[in-house]
Design a protein around this ligand. Sequence first.
Ligand SMILES: [Zn+2]
Ligand SMILES: [Zn+2]
Length: 218
Amino acid sequence: MKINKQILHIPPYISTSWDNIVSISTREYHLIITLKNSMIVEIPNLNGQIIELIFDTHAKVLESGTKTTKASFNLSLPQMTNTGYESLYSAMQHDPSQKDASDLPADVLKKIANVAKLFAEEVNIDMPQPEKNCNCTHCQIAKALQMGLGVNPENLDEAVDEADLKFRTWDIKEEGSKLFSVVNPLDQNEHYSVYLGEPVGCTCGNKNCEHIKAVLKS
Ligand SMILES: [Zn+2]
Ligand SMILES: [Zn+2]
């Protein structure tokens, strides 16, 4: 049996370092050790002195453990912050030499877009603008931000087909054989009947009107 600040060695029940032990307790005359992997080790018939020694040692290990963690945390904090700022700063600069950089992970971009959504409701953020055809970290993040704010930069430059837009502005219903009603969804009073038989016609009087085109396209 070996009980010190490094290990708990009680054969044949357990032999491990304190790192692996979450807690110890007693039930009746059994010592119960809960391990990090959720395993529970029960050790029967230990005498009171040994149980006391085990509790004492565990307490000492816990105390010194907290101290070590705190100290190293304090030491590493300023360093971490600096690198954090640095990488954020460099991430927010358009860098043409990185224009063919690989894509950031999709879930990271998604998170950025979600953050943008949250921010958009709170403040008017000065949105970084992505450069065209650039895949540097800055431009990827800028794109993700725009996406999150509901702007799809992929579609910004695409010329909108005006004819397409017009066709979309009509509600078309089939009224009968080759007969269609064409209604402006924004103004129900503006409606036409289009006949696609012989001869093709529209109640607006034109032979080559957008209503007929709309029906043909539908
Ligand atoms: Zn860029
Ligand atoms: Zn017409």
